[in-house]
Ligand binder design. Structure first.
Ligand code: PEP
Ligand code: MG
Length: 328
């Protein structure tokens, strides 16, 4: 099977009835390994900037960040690279920035922390912008958004950084492209505010890992309740379906970058829902590309309606596995 999958690598990601899908990668450390391995897909849908931060002993300086981001942006200058601002807190602590909280997943994490420390946010955004001088592929994404006010405040800071860097580069005659700005949809409150949020951003990206945790009230890392944590819970699927429909109504491009996007059953259901951009770990790209080329949009829609009316994730898997077996 791997040979058959590899043989089709690089073939267009299109279903048998002509539904075109774009596959992107989730990256963290350095994107280069993935890029060089030829698993880049259509670009980077999620670059988790906290990972290089977690591997250090102190906050990286602006210049250190510029060098890191520059290397990533340059490694695929013609493809979009979506860099997420620091998403620490929760399960991702920084050794040099200890946080003690009773409920870290409901606490000081992602955008909440960086808006309280605008100096951290500004240094990072300035570094992304400086890294993108002369390039056109940077997109900036904000994690853990739960209110419109957070987007407005973050956007104000991004604009401030943009004009600062513009002033700096203007003397040298270089060009600084304004990056597209997007938000992660991963806190359930945003499902009920998409039209308002859509007014402020260029794109959405669904973080189904956290959305699952927050919708089901199940800690994504607690083994005691791991049996309850499942992105195929019909309620989570209904939320994902709602998001893509609302995004289309509001004409905002939407990607999904949680684990479900890189899983065969998930990719089929998401295609049936209307998602056309999936972002996943690089090693899943070939498999999902191969699978999409074997299935039809019509069948994926039928599977979706079975899934949405199922009682449990087990039942959803039952339907999907039966179907996947017919595809080898
Ligand atoms: C998610 O929450 O689905 C996501 C992609 O982000 P992370 O796993 O880094 O929280
Ligand atoms: Mg997340």
């Amino acid at each position: 099977i791997t040979e058959r999958i590899d043989a089709e690598a690089g073939q267009p990601c299109e279903s048998v009835d002509g539904c075109r899908m774009s596959l992107y990668i989730n990256a963290g450390l350095s994107a280069e390994a993935e890029l060089n391995a030829g698993h880049i897909g259509s670009g980077i849908g999620l670059y988790r900037t906290e990972i290089p931060f977690m591997l250090r002993e102190r906050f990286p300086s602006e210049q250190e960040q510029v060098e890191l981001y520059r290397q990533i942006l340059e490694s695929a200058p013609d493809l979009p690279i979506t860099m997420r601002t620091l998403d620490v807190g929760g399960d991702k602590p920084l050794p040099y920035f200890p946080i003690n909280e009773e409920n870290p997943f409901l606490g000081w994490r992602g955008i909440r922390l960086t808006l309280d420390h605008p100096e951290i946010f500004l240094v990072q955004v300035r570094a992304m912008l400086r890294a993108s001088i002369g390039l056109k592929n940077l997109r900036i994404m904000l994690p853990m958004i739960s209110t419109v006010a957070e987007v407005q405040e973050a956007k104000r800071l991004v604009n401030q950084a943009y004009f600062e860097i513009c002033d700096e580069v203007c003397e040298s005659g270089e060009v600084l492209q304004r990056p597209k700005l997007g938000i992660m949809l991963e806190v359930p409150s945003v499902l009920y505010q998409l039209p308002q949020l859509a007014k402020h951003v260029d794109f959405f990206s669904v973080g189904s890992n956290d959305l699952t945790q927050y919708l089901l009230a199940v800690d994504r890392n607690n083994t005691r309740v791991a049996g309850l944590y499942n992105s195929y819970h019909p309620a989570v699927l209904a939320a994902l379906y709602d998001i893509v429909q609302q995004s289309n109504e509001n004409q905002i491009p939407v990607t999904i970058c949680g684990e479900i996007a890189g899983e065969p059953a998930g990719a089929i259901l998401l295609m049936g829902m209307g998602y056309r951009r999936l972002s996943m770990n690089a090693f899943n790209i070939r498999k999902i590309n191969w699978l999409i080329r074997k299935v039809s949009l019509a069948e994926s829609k039928q599977l979706l309606s079975l899934a949405l009316t199922s009682q449990s994730h087990e039942q959803v898997f039952g339907h999907l596995n039966e179907y996947l077996e017919t595809k080898g």
